[in-house]
Design a binder for this molecule. Structure first.
Ligand code: FES
Length: 512
C-alpha cells in the first residue's frame, strides 16, 4: 500500500489507484469532466490537473498512478491558474446560452465556471458556430456548440452498451460527435442510449422528451425502483417540488403536478461537482440498497408511459361504483361463502403488501403468482448488461412467499381473487365470482363481481427484492387519487371483517 500525500495529508492508497481516485475516496474534490468512474481514462479535458511538489508544471490526476511518497497539491497557485486557463479554453466557443439550456442548474461546466474561472471570455475572436439541434436519435438531440468533446458518450457506447454508435468526426475546433456509421449499431437501436444524457457534463446531449419541459430547480428526485424487469434498478423519479406545484385548477396544471418529469439512475446527477453528496432524501434508499447501478435502460426512462396510463378511481360492484366499505363487505361475503377460493398474486406487489396478504387472506386461498407484465413486442427481452426476461419487479419475492406452481384452477374453484394486471379473464372458470384489484382502467374492472381501485408504486412506500435478493426501497411521489385504496388497506379490511364474521357466524367461514 503506497502512502501518498495530498495537500500535505497522508493517505494509504492501493497500487492500482490514481491520484484522483484516492482524493475521491478521502473527500478531497478534484474537478473532472472527461473522467468517469465507470469508463476508461481519456485524459482530454485537462481540468483535473494537480502539481507534484517540487515540480514547476501540472499533470492530470485522472491518469496519475500512485507511488510511495508521492506528494501532490490540488490547490496550489499554479493549479488554480491552469484550471482557470482550461476553463477559458473549454468555453472558448461555448455559446453561453444557459438561459435556454435544459442542463442549467445541474451543468458541471456552469458550476466549474463559477468555481474556477468566474470571468468573461478573454478571446477577441468570434466564436465558431456549429449545429444547435442535431438529432442523434429519436430520443436524443445534440447541441455541438455546447459540446466540449469529453467523449464520455463515445466511450459509453463502446465500453458499456457496446453499440459503438458514436464517434468523433473532423479535427480541431471543427470536431463533432456524430453517429459512427458503417457496421456500428444506430443509437436508436441502443437500449441504453439515454445514459449518455446523464453522462454529458454539459448541455450538449439532451433528452428530446424532456427538452424545454421543465427547469430542474422546480423538480424533486424521489428514490424509487424501476419496475420494468426483475433487475429492479435503483432510480430517481423526478417530479414537481411541493413548493412549486402549479396552483391553477385547470386539468392541464393538475396533470403536470402529478406527472413524472423524468427518470434517472439513483444519484446519477451527483459526483462531478464540488460538494456533491448522495441526495439527502435518498438516505432510506441507500440504507437498504446495494450500491446503485450507474446506468438504467431506456425502458426505465419511459416509466411515465407505464405508470401514467388512465386510472380506475372507484370501487365497484358489477360495474356500479360503490363506497369502499360496501365493496369490502361484498368481497367479504364472497370470501366467506367460498369453499375453494383461488388467489392470483401480483408480481408488482411490494414486499410489505405480499406479507400483509400472507398474514391476512392467504390461509383461506390457494395462491398462485402471476406475471403482471409479459415482455412487450418491441422491447429487448434479455441481454448480458441489465435487462432481464421477467418484466416484473418482485416476481422473485412473490414466489418465495407463494411458491412456483403454474396456475391451474382446481375443478371445484368457487371464487377467484385477481390482484393486478396480466390475467386473461377468459381462462377463469365459468360462472365463478371474481374479486379484482387493479390500478388502471380496463374493461375487465366493470365485469368483476367486486372491484377495488388500488394505488400504484408512485403513491406509496415499499420495497422490492430483485432476482439476486437485493432489497431496494421506493418512496411516494404523489398522493393517491380520491377513491383509490392501497392493496394492504383492502386486505386488512377484508381480514378484519372476516374475523368479525367468523366470530358471529362460524359456519359461514370455510378455511380450505
Ligand atoms: Fe482528467 Fe479530464 S478529468 S483529463
Amino acid at each position: 500500500m503506497p502512502r501518498i500525500f495530498i495537500d500535505g495529508q497522508p493517505f494509504d492508497a492501493r497500487t492500482e489507484q490514481t491520484v484522483l481516485q484516492v482524493a475521491d475516496e478521502h473527500g478531497i474534490f478534484i474537478p473532472r469532466l472527461c473522467w468517469h468512474p465507470q469508463l476508461s481514462v481519456a485524459g482530454n479535458c485537462r481540468i483535473c490537473v494537480v502539481q507534484v511538489e517540487g515540480r514547476s508544471w501540472v499533470e492530470i490526476s485522472c491518469n496519475m498512478p500512485v507511488s510511495e511518497g508521492l506528494k501532490v497539491l490540488t490547490d496550489s497557485e499554479l493549479v488554480r491558474a491552469h484550471r482557470k486557463a482550461t476553463m477559458q479554453f473549454l468555453t472558448l466557443n461555448h455559446p453561453v446560452d444557459c438561459g435556454i439550456c435544459d442542463k442549467a442548474g445541474e451543468c458541471t461546466l456552469q458550476d466549474y465556471h463559477v468555481a474556477f474561472n468566474g470571468e468573461p471570455s478573454i478571446s477577441a475572436e468570434p466564436k465558431v458556430a456549429s449545429t444547435k439541434f442535431y438529432a442523434l436519435s429519436e430520443r436524443i438531440t445534440l447541441d455541438n456548440e455546447r459540446c466540449i468533446l469529453c467523449t464520455r458518450c463515445v466511450r459509453f457506447t463502446r465500453e458499456v452498451s457496446k453499440s459503438h454508435a458514436l464517434g468523433v468526426q473532423e479535427r480541431g475546433d471543427h470536431s463533432v460527435i456524430r453517429p459512427a456509421g458503417g457496421s456500428a449499431k444506430k443509437l436508436d437501436d441502443d437500449p441504453y442510449s439515454d445514459n449518455i444524457v446523464d453522462l454529458c457534463p454539459v448541455g450538449a446531449l439532451l433528452s428530446r422528451s424532456f427538452l424545454h419541459r421543465d427547469r430542474v430547480w422546480y423538480l424533486k428526485a424521489t428514490p424509487s425502483v424501476c419496475p420494468g424487469c426483475e433487475r429492479g434498478c435503483a432510480i430517481d423519479i423526478w417530479h414537481r417540488k411541493p413548493e412549486w406545484l402549479l396552483r391553477s385548477p385547470t386539468p392541464g396544471a393538475q396533470r403536470e403536478n402529478r406527472a413524472i418529469a423524468r427518470v434517472t439512475p439513483l444519484g446519477a446527477q451527483h459526483g462531478d461537482r464540488p460538494g456533491d453528496v448522495p441526495s439527502p432524501h435518498s438516505a432510506e434508499a441507500y440504507a437498504t440498497a446495494s450500491p446503485p447501478l450507474p446506468w438504467i435502460c431506456n425502458k426505465g426512462r419511459d416509466l411515465a408511459g407505464l405508470l401514467e396510463r388512465p386510472r380506475s378511481t372507484a370501487a365497484m360492484k358489477k360495474g356500479r361504483e360503490v363506497p369502499l366499505a360496501e365493496a369490502v363487505a361484498a368481497a367479504r361475503e364472497l370470501i366467506g361463502r367460498a369453499r375453494r377460493p383461488v388467489a392470483l398474486i401480483s408480481s408488482w406487489a411490494s414486499n410489505e403488501e405480499l406479507l400483509t396478504f400472507q398474514r391476512t387472506l392467504a390461509p383461506r386461498f390457494t395462491c398462485f403468482v402471476k406475471s403482471d407484465h409479459p415482455p412487450a413486442a418491441d422491447e429487448t427481452v434479455q441481454d448480458d448488461l441489465l435487462i432481464r426476461a421477467d418484466k416484473n419487479p418482485n416476481a422473485h419475492r412473490a414466489r418465495e412467499f407463494f411458491g412456483h406452481a403454474a396456475l391451474t384452477f382446481p375443478p371445484d374453484t368457487d371464487l377467484v381473487l385477481v390482484w393486478g394486471e396480466g390475467f386473461d379473464f377468459a381462462t377463469a372458470p365459468r360462472g365463478v365470482p371474481v374479486i379484482f384489484l387493479n390500478a388502471y382502467f380496463a374493461p375487465e374492472n366493470g365485469h368483476a363481481d367486486v372491484f377495488f381501485a388500488i394505488s400504484v408504486m408512485t403513491e406509496r412506500a415499499g420495497h422490492y427484492t430483485n432476482f439476486e435478493g437485493t432489497v431496494r426501497a421506493f418512496l411516494p411521489c404523489f398522493a393517491k387519487p380520491a377513491g383509490v385504496a392501497d392493496a394492504e388497506q383492502v386486505f386488512e379490511a377484508l381480514a378484519a371483517l372476516a374475523a368479525a364474521g367468523a366470530r358471529s357466524d362460524e359456519a359461514a367461514m370455510v378455511t380450505p
